[in-house]
Design a protein around this ligand. Structure first.
Ligand code: AMP
Ligand code: GLY
Length: 421
């Protein structure tokens, strides 16, 4: 099969890496890809939002399966556009992608399916939202969410009720564009967070190992949110993984199918776990980034037939992949200044000094005319180690992170530490 991966981050490099190992994979393309995907196949100079460009390239290159990484093209209807042209694509339709692209749609599905989630209300005016905040009272801090996609920035967790009022004004003034025309005010939950991803084909579900990502820039979960500073898998605090998928993913996909909105693709639940009790904070309609960089290396077997079956809406080949039973730790190396303004174009040193057993997934990287690998984004690399224990994986990951250098590079030093101390 000829496979085209849409996107250019660490998630897409990890997908290209796993799919390229399939005996059935003849060629891998990425649009637009990065320096990592360029080593596995051909990068196409097409932005992931260019639906016509991707459809044309897929037809021209005789692509057998398109795998869509990011949420924006899914929400814009890329899979529908490819299907109309007879091109097989892994990922939900635009309608089913609403489970991520509308917080309120996701809540309605969970409500109907009886899935535990944070309660909330939908507002389409600042005035009504302010009124609701006043009823809540000063100590009852909520969470505010732009209903639509806001590049991962549409969730505000205020420290003070005045900040909540200010955020409402900003959201309705257009801080998140059309994504913030409707705002959900949600109950604030506490506990530990985990990510639960499953490949879905209608009502058939194939769970992947659970994982935990670290969103804040600094050790100890301090500082602003980022696209993800590291991941470990699997977490020890979640309980039986099977219970997560039977109590959350199963009722949700059954509800969506019953509503005529069948889900095919990757369904990711962002969970809050408080004393063993699960609640859903959000759904994503795609592989997590950076979770994918820690989870795919834990899978034995061939992912390609699984994605193909999901794309066709067929029964998933359950024996094609299995969890190796090992643990993984993935550490992001980011550009100095990230998530604020940062410089790019810095030569990356030490990539050839990394152990063979360690996977370095590229995110913001590019190759210059002299063949050097340069930084080209905020998150630059994800260094993933797999071992029999989480402690061993963590040791190997950091040992290898230390061998990679570029001007201004930065990483957290505490990924997976909370499970080990
Ligand atoms: P998201 O962008 O939807 O992943 O949300 C970003 C982060 O906001 C989550 O990882 C949580 O840490 C936090 N968050 C979202 N919803 C809630 C909630 N209802 N209660 C507490 N924290 C939340
Ligand atoms: N790691 C969070 C996400 O992929 O949205």
């Amino acid at each position: 099969m000829r496979v085209l991966i849409v996107g250019g981050g660490g998630r897409e490099h990890a997908l290209a890496w796993k799919l390229a190992q399939s005996p059935r994979c003849e060629a891998v393309f990425a649009a637009p890809g990065n320096a990592g995907t360029a080593e596995l196949g051909e990068n196409l100079k097409i932005h992931d939002s260019d639906i016509d460009g991707i459809c044309a390239a897929a037809a021209e290159r005789r692509i057998d399966l398109v795998v869509v990484g990011p949420e924006a093209p899914l929400a814009a209807g890329l899979v529908d556009a490819l299907s109309e042209r007879g091109i097989l694509a892994f990922g939900p339709s635009q309608s089913a992608a609403r489970v991520e692209s509308s917080k309120w749609f996701a809540k309605s599905v969970m409500q109907a399916a009886g899935v535990p989630h944070a309660g909330g209300e939908l507002f389409d005016s600042a005035q009504a939202a302010h009124k609701w905040l006043e009823i809540l009272g000063p100590d009852d801090l909520p969470v505010l969410k732009a209903d639509g996609l806001a590049a991962g920035k549409g969730v505000i967790v205020p420290d003070h009720i005045d900040d909540a009022h200010a955020a409402i004004d900003e959201m309705f003034a257009g801080a998140f564009g059309s994504a913030g025309e409707r705002v959900v005010i949600e109950d604030r939950l506490s506990g530990m967070e985990a990510s639960a991803m499953a490949i879905v084909s209608g009502t058939d579900i194939l769970p992947l190992p659970l994982s935990c990502d670290y969103k804040r820039i600094m050790d100890g979960d301090q500082g602003p949110n980022t696209g993800g500073m590291g991941v470990y898998a699997p977490p020890g605090f979640v309980g039986e993984a099977e219970d997560v998928f039977s109590s959350i993913h199963r009722p949700v996909v059954e509800q969506m199918a019953a509503d005529g909105c069948e889900f095919r693709g990757l369904l990711y639940a962002g969970l809050m776990i408080d004393d063993g009790a699960l609640s859903v904070l959000e759904f994503n309609a795609r592989f997590g980034d950076p979770e994918t960089q820690a989870v795919l290396p834990l899978l034995d077997g061939d992912l390609l037939p699984v994605l193909e079956a999901s794309a066709r809406g067929d029964a998933l080949p359950r024996d094609a992949i299995s969890h190796s039973g090992q643990a993984s730790v993935s550490v992001a190396i980011v550009s100095g200044g990230y998530p604020g303004p940062y410089e790019t174009g810095k030569p990356i040193h030490g990539l050839d000094a990394v152990d063979d057993s360690v996977d370095v997934f590229h995110a913001g990287t590019a190759i210059d005319d002299d063949g050097r690998t340069l930084t080209a984004g905020g998150r630059v690399l994800a260094v993933t180690a797999v071992a029999d224990t989480l402690a061993a994986a963590r040791g190997i990951a950091y040992d290898n992170v230390r061998r990679i250098r570029f001007d201004g590079s930065f990483q957290r030093t505490d990924i997976a530490l909370r499970e080990l101390s």
